[in-house]
Ligand binder design. Structure first.
Ligand code: PEP
Ligand code: MG
Length: 569
């Protein structure tokens, strides 16, 4: 039997299924005898405290590995302390004599229903966090131990209706071959954690729990969103082989990690790292890259109640600069809006958020937030090789306006006796309008980095978050390569640095073509570094240029794909 869903994290797995059913704590509607109200309230308060403490332990455990993920448990602690919930539950117990468990269940249910109906998928996905907290409170109310996923005895494919962030975070990752669920948002915390652990994950599989049996053999092809239950022997063998080949290939690529990316004819290509924070985990790959090619600083702002202040940002930027020493750190100013909304600010609802008050536009309309970040950046610039970059630039006016802010902040700091160090100023090329003006833009800034993810979305007019229009979002659209060549040429002509930090740079096939187009700096997520280095070390620039020329002659994305396929031959 073959079931389908959506890929939340790529990969292949073959193994036995472990059906994970959380204790369904659904209390009966019940009321407290008169005079017993206070004891139920006291018990609720004690359970609440134990839940908070349990989350504190999980938070500390995660903080050692990755402080960003520990944020999930901080968010859960905040839910536990939520003011409205904590007025409502005691009031129901004391005034309406609801039993404590019934009050917990019902009050959370009200919040959950509101969240689940939210039009914004990011808000709707937060319902999972509230549900997770409610389950924790009820488990403690009934005095149950956690029968979670932290103590699996052998490697299995975990099948569940839904997985909560705490399930995934406390998961023994060596025992999880894959995760398959009926529910789950592709941008949920669970998906983020699964991806960072490298566990193949498929979400949104209709009828999964009806179809699947505990202990059943299954094959997961997460890349295609496919789950094959009870595969025929040949299919299981085929996937065993695919899995082995996938693993061997990964091991082979990893041999290139510490080598420089030098083509067969001796051209060095700089490899940058894309980071979203400054935790030890994020910065661990620093030893095998030449730079931070993109620091997505907005992740410092997400999922918290208050914005990070100047001091907190200063310390984060200083940390990454010190870690990279003389190597450049391209720090992108706040790219908020679009799919990244700040829960701590009231965003006006927009019909087309990706075309709206996003990134630099948001910073222009919130000068205090922008200036605070630039103050922190300039103060930190003393500690390393800082390259400051503005996202979503649309015009030369945008560039000049952003630079004016930098000049004014620099003067302000000088007056305060806090002079900035040396730093460069640059832009992201993500909007076709500025790409077409690259020749002018190059005369205004020190460097540029091409954000191919957004460039593709704006060139193809296809929302990068909307799976319905995914066939129109064509990263291999020939127009992408034409424009990238123009931009690279324009910046190179003016002696200005140019790089690319979108997903195209992390794809070994397109990476070679980019080198063939004249690009000498590619930046990518840690997981792509090995395979991109291997690809670059296995080709000459001459050959890469020949393929790039062919790509520039293509009329369709399919033709480009075919040309890229020849690289492997
Ligand atoms: C891009 O648009 O290519 C990019 C690197 O930025 P982000 O993916 O963060 O929008
Ligand atoms: Mg972008």
């Amino acid at each position: 039997m073959v079931l389908s869903g959506k890929m939340a994290a790529p990969g292949i797995a073959v193994g036995r299924v472990h059906v994970y059913k959380k204790a369904g704590f659904i209390p009966k509607e019940s009321y407290v005898p008169k005079g017993k109200e206070q004891s139920h309230l006291d018990r609720y308060l004690a359970v609440k405290k134990s839940a908070f403490d349990e989350l504190e332990e999980l938070k500390i455990l995660m903080q050692e590995h990755d402080p960003q993920k520990a944020e999930i448990f901080i968010a859960h602690q905040e839910i536990i302390e939520d003011v409205v919930i904590n007025e409502e539950i005691p009031s129901r117990i004391l005034n309406e004599r609801w039993s404590g468990d019934w009050a917990i269940y019902q009050v959370y249910e009200t919040v959950l229903l509101v969240l689940q109906k939210a039009a914004d998928p990011l808000i709707a996905e937060r319902a999972a966090d509230f549900d997770d907290v409610r389950t924790l409170l009820l488990r403690l109310w009934y005095g149950n131990k956690d029968e979670g996923l932290s103590s699996l005895s052998e490697p299995v494919i975990i099948a569940a209706q839904d997985l909560m962030p705490s399930d995934t975070a406390s998961l023994d990752r060596n025992k999880a071959l894959a995760l398959i669920t009926e529910k789950g948002g592709l941008t949920s915390h669970t998906a983020i954690i699964a991806k960072s652990y490298g566990i193949p994950t498929v979400f949104g599989i209709h009828g999964l729990l009806e179809a699947v049996k505990h202990g059943q053999l299954a094959v997961i092809n997460a890349d295609e969103g496919k789950v094959i239950l009870d595969p025929e022997d040949e299919i299981a063998a085929e996937y065993e082989q695919k899995y082995d080949a996938f693993r061997k290939d990964k091991e082979d690529a990893e041999k290139y990690l510490l080598k420089p990316a030098r083509t067969l004819d001796g051209e060095k290509i700089d490899i940058g790292l894309n980071v979203s924070g400054v935790s030890a985990g994020e910065l661990a790959p620093s030893s095998y890259v030449d730079a931070v090619g993109l620091f997505r600083t907005e992740f410092l702002y997400l999922g918290r109640d208050a914005l990070p202040d100047e001091e907190e940002q200063f310390h984060a930027y200083k940390k990454v600069l010190e870690c990279f020493g003389e190597r450049p750190v391209i720090l992108r100013t706040l790219d908020i809006g679009g799919d990244k909304q700040l829960s701590n600010l009231n965003f006006a609802r927009e019909e087309n958020p990706f075309l709206g008050n996003r990134a630099l536009r948001f910073c222009f309309s919130n000068p205090d937030i922008f200036r605070t970040q630039i103050r922190a950046v300039l103060r930190a610039s003393v500690y390393g090789n800082m390259w400051l970059m503005f996202p979503m630039v649309n015009s030369i006016d945008d560039i000049r306006r952003a630079k004016e802010t930098v000049v004014s902040v620099k003067e302000e700091l000088e007056k305060e006796g806090k002079p900035a160090g040396q730093f460069k100023t640059g832009i992201m090329i993500e909007i076709p309008s500025i790409a077409l003006l690259a020749d002018y833009a190059a005369q205004e800034v020190d460097f540029a980095s091409i954000g191919s993810n957004d460039l593709c979305q704006y060139m193809c007019a296809a929302d990068r978050m909307n799976s319905e229009v995914e066939p129109y979002y064509q990263s291999y659209h020939p127009a992408m390569f034409k424009l990238i060549k123009e931009v690279t040429g324009a910046f190179t002509k003016h002696g200005k640095s140019v790089s690319i930090c979108g997903e195209l740079a992390g794809d070994p096939l397109s990476a070679s073509v980019l080198a063939g187009l004249g690009m000498r700096k590619l930046s990518m997520g840690a997981g792509s570094v090995a395979s991109v280095k291997r690809a670059l070390c296995s080709i000459t620039v001459k050959r890469a240029s020949e393929i790039a020329d062919k790509v520039l002659e293509c009329a369709t994305a399919e033709e480009v794909q075919r040309e890229l396929g020849k690289i492997k031959e």
